[in-house]
Design a protein around this ligand. Structure first.
Ligand SMILES: Cc1cc2nc3c(=O)[nH]c(=O)nc-3n(C[C@H](O)[C@H](O)[C@H](O)COP(=O)(O)O)c2cc1C
Length: 199
């Protein structure tokens, strides 16, 4: 089964990230994948508290919140699309909290500094990341947004298939007028699903 999970980090319902995510998943669907959308704002969860209980338990047991509903979706879907608007040159607090909660997927050694590996490694996982922001150029506006998603998911051994920085979009749903961009998002989703191995 080919599955792509789309995770949206915008606090604004029906905004640009939601529209972008829909198009990415439409593209993934056209390549034969089953898709699912998760909007982090719909889930009550907090950021990682560093309790380290996951080291022994090999799962997050320290926080019993709505991340427990999202973990099985992450494990099941070999394709992952992360979308975040830029908030202050970075991902939103929601997306950052989500990424920090992926800490439970690491194995750590006991020496210092700890060596680590990902429990999601070697499973053919692939991902795309997309950002959306108001400022017209990457340097002044997007800042760390794409890096903040790409680096942690690559560390978890997702292969990055592509990334999409969307610039110069502020008003809610303004992205709807950018047909070429939405087509690009669909293509990226299609590429992601096409490169997943059927299991
Ligand atoms: C708190 C906040 C901080 C923002 N910071 C930036 C920024 O640093 N750079 C930028 O280009 N846009 C910034 N924006 C604009 C949003 O990224 C932009 O409006 C985006 O289209 C929102 O996407 P959404 O509709 O999916 O929420 C910020 C918006 C908010 C609400």
């Amino acid at each position: 089964m080919l599955k792509v999970l789309g995770v949206g980090g915008s606090p604004r319902q029906g905004g640009n990230s939601d529209i972008l995510l829909k198009h990415i998943l439409k593209g993934a669907g056209s390549a034969g994948a089953t898709t699912e959308e998760v909007h982090l704002r719909d889930y009550q969860f907090q950021s990682c508290i560093g309790c380290e209980k996951c080291r022994k338990a090999e799962q997050c047991i320290g926080l019993q919140d709505d991340m427990q509903l999202i973990y099985p979706k992450i494990i099941e879907a070999k394709g992952l699309a992360l979308i975040s608007p830029t908030h202050n040159y970075n991902v939103t607090a929601l997306m950052k909290a989500f990424i920090d909660r992926l800490y439970c997927f690491y194995n750590f050694s006991n020496d210092r500094p700890r060596r680590w590996s990902s429990r999601l490694a070697g499973q053919g996982r692939k991902a795309i990341v997309a950002s959306i922001g108001e400022q017209p150029d990457e340097e002044s506006g997007t800042g760390f947004t794409l890096d903040a998603m790409r680096l942690p998911i690559e560390a978890l051994d997702y292969e990055l298939i592509g990334e999409l920085p969307v610039l110069g979009i502020f008003d809610r749903q303004a992205i709807k007028e950018q047909q070429q961009l939405l087509e690009k998002a669909e293509q990226l989703g299609n590429q992601l699903a096409s490169q997943l191995e059927r299991t």
